[in-house]
Design a protein around this ligand. Sequence first.
Ligand code: DX5
Ligand code: ZN
Length: 221
Amino acid sequence: MNNSVITAPSILAADFANIAGGLSLIEEARGGWVHMDVMDGHFVPNISFGPKMVRDVRARTDLPLDVHLMVSQPERYTSEFIEAGADYLTVHLESTVHVHRVIQSIRRDGARPGLAIVPSTPVAAAEELLDEIDLLLIMTVNPGFGGQALIPRGIEKVARAVQIRRERGLSFRISVDGGVNHETAPLLREAGVDVLVSGSAFFSAPDPSQYLRDLCGHGGG
Ligand code: DX5
Ligand code: ZN
């Protein structure tokens, strides 16, 4: 059980014509990080935004920017996203052959490297990289769209990652992305998740502050 979960609202679900308003909502609700989903229409079947959005968001908030690259050949873009202001920069294990090299270059360029795995990739496939990363992002939906239902096997993957981290004395954070809401969050916290990404449930919550407190298990009542 993790009692100090970081929340990371995803601006993918914000009004793209009013990103500043979305950021204010995240800050007022005391979100921990701003999650930014970059999609290229190739690695995933959707297109979102590029480094300019990261630069513009960086200029508007001091919250850590948790940038999630869902792009093929991420090595072509990592330095640009770091220059734009990404604090955490996460690439997919499935998106490039030499992901180890990409992770090293992210750290060398001054950001915290993250590794993401899609639902069909087992945690075991990430084992050789776990001592190189600051964040393991376990996707609990197939990436590309917000508003999908969490795939329950992902909860077991969180528990497995916690176990491996303990056995190996590592300290990377474990993040879950996709289908997080007030019903799935308690199960993910129980499994030991550190970071909860939430897009549609956050931006459609009647009371976003209360919603984030609920995600952390501090909802009261
Ligand atoms: C999906 C993205 C997620 C998405 C989550 O490809 O990586 O970050 O914004 O959205 P919800 O919380 O709506 O599942
Ligand atoms: Zn994401």
